[in-house]
Design a protein around this ligand. Structure first.
Ligand code: ADP
Length: 352
């Protein structure tokens, strides 16, 4: 049962190279799984050591569902957060681009924590880092590890770090990292989630020796839940706050301009900024979506059939549309919550 048959690689010089895909007989592998494993084989046609004892279907899941070959976000897509962008550039992008310069005293931390209210651009920053540093991006939500992958989370974590190792430079983004590395009492903790946490910390130690080009980014809306071990490993901790007034104006302009719908005056844009104090980036996006429906709703109210409606006959989006949308889209973060983030930032943040 342990016999591992070599299989032919479909690579360029097919016929000469063979790849070893352990654990499964050649015939029992789905075509898609085989293709995926072949893509991870080295120039010698062999599967890298790190992946040899992993289940092929998990490697395939990581490659197809968790790995994002083209995250397609750049710094310019993110409103505001200039200070965070500057720090991240120095802390992680330059080291990923120039590992030859950033070693020894200059060797970067391998773990970065982005914390703050939901919908403020933490995931966007993770993707932009990968985009700017030309790194492979892996996105996983920690809560899916505990809910969707019950009992298999550990194996998936090993597959995730294994594939990332073969795809360096790599950025592993773990959303809701608090649900994985929380400080909940160990007796109340489920045995499997304790094992998952241990496995995760082991994997993090594994690439923390400086030779690997892998960066782990954890994101959380609940930094208070992280335990000391997690804080120690996530050496840089950046607060990602709600967008400033300028950043909110930028989001409105940028989203409407993309669709050729931006006709607001400077005064109207400023009024929208004043009315949206406390809105997150994602609240702003929902607001713009709702406001942009205004002209359409009005045309339909006037009795025009949706099928007969001409785009060029629709009026532009106005301040009134935003005022109407504000009744529907409320800010998702409360003042209380903001205070807690600021407190935690003062105590543990890298840029207080
Ligand atoms: P988080 O990870 O902090 O919960 P995301 O990065 O997933 O938030 O942001 C959700 C959506 O909100 C993004 O896809 C984007 O449309 C919008 N958004 C949030 N923050 C910003 C920002 N600073 N600039 C531009 N868009 C933003």
């Amino acid at each position: 049962g342990n016999f591992v048959p070599p299989i032919r690689s479909s690579g360029g010089n097919a016929g000469n190279t063979t790849s070893r895909i352990p654990g499964k007989c050649e015939d029992s592998l789905e075509d898609s799984t085989r293709k995926c494993l072949e893509m991870l084989c080295g120039p010698d046609g062999e599967l890298p050591e790190k992946l040899r004892n992993l289940e092929p279907r998990l490697i395939e899941h990581v490659s197809n569902e968790i790995m994002d070959k083209d995250p397609n976000v750049r710094w310019n897509d993110i409103a505001g957060l200039d200070h965070a962008k500057k720090c991240v550039t120095e802390m992680v992008i330059w080291p990923l681009l120039r590992p030859d310069i950033f070693h020894g005293c200059r060797s970067p931390g391998r773990g970065l924590l982005l914390f703050g209210p939901p919908g403020t651009g933490k995931t966007m920053i993770g993707k932009a880092i990968a985009g700017e540093a030309k790194a492979t991006f892996f996105y996983i939500s920690a809560s899916s590890l505990t809910s969707k992958w019950i009992g298999e989370g550990e194996k998936l974590v090993r597959a995730l770090f294994g594939v990332a190792c073969c795809r360096q430079p790599a950025v592993i983004f773990v959303d809701e990292i608090d649900s994985l590395l929380s400080q909940r009492k160990s007796d109340g903790e489920h045995e499997s989630s304790r094992r998952l946490k241990t496995q995760f910390l082991i994997e993090m130690e594994g690439f923390d020796n400086g030779s690997e080009q892998i960066l782990l980014i954890g994101a959380t809306n609940r930094p208070q839940e992280l335990d000391e071990a997690a804080r120690r490993r996530l050496t840089k901790r950046l607060y990602i706050p709600l967008p400033s007034s300028e950043a909110r104006a930028w989001i409105v302009r940028n989203l409407l301009e993309k669709d050729g719908l931006f006709r607001l005056s400077e005064d109207d844009t400023q009024s929208i900024c004043k009315l949206t104090e406390g809105y997150s980036g994602s609240d702003m996006k929902n607001l713009v979506k709702d406001a942009s429906m205004g002209p359409l709703r009005e045309a339909l109210r006037q009795g025009i059939e949706i099928t007969q409606l001409k785009k060029e006959d629709m009026r532009p989006v106005t301040l009134q549309d935003f005022e109407d949308a504000l009744q529907e889209v409320r800010p998702s973060v409360s003042l209380n919550e903001l205070g807690a983030y600021e407190e935690w930032n003062k105590q543990f943040g890298s840029l207080s």
